[in-house]
Design a protein around this ligand. Structure first.
Ligand SMILES: [Zn+2]
Length: 654
């Protein structure tokens, strides 16, 4: 269900196609075995590359090798294509550099490993290990900068350097858009809400940064689209070097995926049966124990990295609570953190000196502070033994405690300079990526939520998780309250993979206007918000019942979501332009199914709106139909509705 079904490899003439369930990648033998084409089946299905992707050293290129040795290896859900030969000049004459390029296809990403070997070191003016040229139209890019010289202030004073993606629209005219001296962690190219590609470095950032004094990791708008090109200049290539990176192609389905209505709970006390019954009636089908601190300020919480999480008496209560959720058909998952280990755990005492992640060479342990009291934990590196301990804890929660999966927060890369892990700057990507793939393969039907709440996004997570949690922060206007859904970061509708879920920060506020406006936005972004049910007072409710019974609140929204089988629809967000409103005050988005569609309409203003209409451009959807007009009734302030319509044109129009 989660994975792409078996890959097919099709060899025809000099072309080798690796065909997955969601995308096709084409290699060309006479061009060094390099990739010349990428198609997203349920996106535009046209080639996203405007040029071959190849390593180049001065006038020698991987793509000029006409007779590479190509091997294809298949295993259960993986295909490995390897190509080797010499970097050649444009006439096909081999230079002194031998290459071996391995492409490891999994259902969630493609890992590249490029190894160059040279009899004696070569001095080069320019070395571009790879390029990725994304064909127009392209609407947005994401620049995952790791250039700490221009690091962003958020958390800087607390946990030190961290990645903070730049997400922006692509300019219309040719120009250099971004240029960093250090290898970035990722770059993505997006046709918003439709498709795209993410290039993502492996853990070994140091291997790139060590190659030359003059480095330019550059993103440019060109006439044909947008190009990412790392350039290492005036360098001496050693006898042997290996560089790695990932391509992540969106697993866009023709129709959607199941989505979840989730509440986050505490354990001191555990929620009562009555609360579970009420939430169940409101359509809640996923409960998360989010207890890495105690909302009521006791020390009796699930410390990050602790297993079993509680003492024997409380473990009995936990078992009872898990079975109470299961009796109501609700899934239940615990919270885990990819980087945090509480100093109150035995693991910390034994291993923190070995696993900790300093933010600079020779740096000390750093801690993630808890605004309530103390710290959540010290930051441990996923490229160390920490990742195996974390994986064991997650497996124990599923196998021994009976959880239905897990929720992983802090699932993003961060810099680490601990040389006991790797010989220079690294960032945990390989560790996190490897653990998530092992767990997904081990538990194909268990629930995985991945939280990338900040200004960072990782398409790999969208592909692998059952739920991608986002929108913890909004960059525009310096806060969480953009005026329209199209102003949110591209994480919400990133490449149409979904389903996403929103963190309450987008609608938090003492004035419930923020809540109601936030819910209109959530409906139009196609995200069911989750709620911390123990924080009802943050939203101006007297108790949990008042929150559950608010006819315009989060749980009322979940009840509406629960009535539709979302796996039968493909979502097109407001920013795709598939649905367009005739009135600016009324936002629209649309779900398209085989026979019908659901128009989401939302009043974006605090005053009532008059009746209006929306046009739905089916030609631009997976249904490839005509334009349909759907009437929209008058709406109260901040009101939102689902309006069903038929996608079959009336007889007389045929
Ligand atoms: Zn490390």
């Amino acid at each position: 269900v989660k994975a792409q079904k078996n890959f097919k490899t099709v060899v025809a003439g000099d072309k080798i196609a690796v065909v997955g369930e969601f995308w096709t990648v084409r290699h060309q033998r006479t061009r060094g075995g390099c990739v010349t084409g990428i198609q997203i089946h349920h996106g535009s299905n046209i080639n996203l590359l405007s040029q071959v992707s190849a390593a180049v050293v001065d006038h020698w290129s991987e793509a000029h090798e006409r007779h590479p040795v190509i091997r294809i290896k298949r295993s259960a859900d993986q295909v490995e294509v390897s190509a080797s030969g010499h970097l050649c000049d444009r006439n096909g004459q081999p230079g002194p550099i031998h290459y071996r390029h391995i492409y490891r296809y999994t259902p969630w990403s493609i890992k590249h490993e490029l190894t160059l070997t040279i009899a004696k070191p070569v001095t080069a003016r320019r070395f571009c290990p790879t390029t990725i040229a994304f064909a127009a139209p392209v609407t947005h890019y994401v620049w995952g900068t790791s250039d700490f010289v221009k690091a962003k202030p958020r958390y800087m004073h607390i946990i030190g350097p961290h990645y903070d993606d730049v997400m922006a629209e692509v300019p219309d005219r040719p120009a250099v858009i971004q240029d960093d001296a250090a290898r970035l962690w990722s770059v993505a190219f997006i046709r918003r809400g439709m498709e795209g590609i993410q290039w993502c470095g492996d853990s070994h950032a140091y291997a790139w940064n060590a190659l030359g004094a003059r480095r330019s990791f550059r993103l440019a708008r060109t006439r044909t689209g947008i190009v990412f090109e790392p350039r290492l200049e005036s360098l001496t290539l050693p006898h042997k070097l290996t560089l790695g990176w990932y391509w992540v192609l969106p697993n866009v389905r023709r129709l959607g995926r199941r989505r979840f209505n989730e509440v986050a709970v505490q354990t001191n006390p555990f929620p009562s049966d009555q609360m579970l019954d009420t939430w169940h009636r409101r359509g809640v089908d996923l409960v998360r124990i989010h207890n890495d601190e105690d909302g009521f300020r006791s020390n009796d919480y699930w410390h990050d990295g602790q297993h079993p999480p509680f003492g024997p008496a409380k473990m009995k209560q936990l078992a009872k609570f898990i079975s109470a959720c299961h009796q109501r058909g609700m899934k239940i998952v615990p919270y885990f953190s990819g980087w945090e280990l509480s100093p109150d755990t035995r693991l910390f005492a034994r291993h923190a000196d070995e696993w900790f992640a300093p933010s600079q060479p020779g740096g000390k342990k750093r801690y993630s502070p808890n605004a309530g009291a103390g710290v959540y934990g010290g930051l441990m590196c996923p490229d160390s033994g920490w990742i195996n301990a974390l994986e064991r804890n997650i497996r124990a929660a599923i196998d021994e405690l009976g959880f239905d999966g897990f929720y992983l927060d802090w699932s993003s890369p961060l810099p680490c300079f601990n040389e006991r892990h790797l010989p220079g700057e690294h960032n945990g990507i390989d560790g996190l990526h490897g653990m998530l793939m092992r767990l997904r393969r081990r538990y194909p039907d268990k629930h995985i939520s991945i939280h990338s709440g900040g200004q960072i996004m990782w398409l790999f997570h969208h592909n692998l998780a059952d739920q991608y949690v986002t929108l913890e922060e909004g960059k525009k206007q310096g806060g969480f309250t953009p005026q329209t859904p199209t102003e949110y970061p591209v994480t919400a509708d990133y490449m149409g993979v979904g389903p996403a879920s929103a963190v309450p920060d987008i609608y938090r506020g003492t004035d419930r206007t923020n809540l109601y406006r936030g819910l209109v936005h959530a409906a139009l972004l196609g995200v069911p918000p989750y709620t911390y049910v123990h924080r009802y007072h943050d939203f101006g409710y007297a108790d949990w019942r008042a929150e559950a019974n608010d006819p315009c609140g989060v749980l009322a929204m979940m009840a509406k979501y629960a009535r539709v089988d979302w796996s039968k629809y493909h979502f097109y967000s407001a920013s795709t332009g598939v649905a367009q409103s005739a009135r600016a005050a009324v936002g629209v988005a649309v779900y398209i199914g085989e026979k019908d569609g659901i128009l989401v309409v939302g009043n974006l203003r605090g005053q009532p709106t008059a009746p209006t209409w929306a046009s739905v451009h089916l030609a631009e959807t997976c249904m490839r139909g005509e334009k349909i007009t759907v009437p929209i009734p008058a709406l109260k302030a901040w009101e939102w509705q689902f309006i069903r319509f038929s996608t079959r044109p009336p007889m007389h129009r045929r």
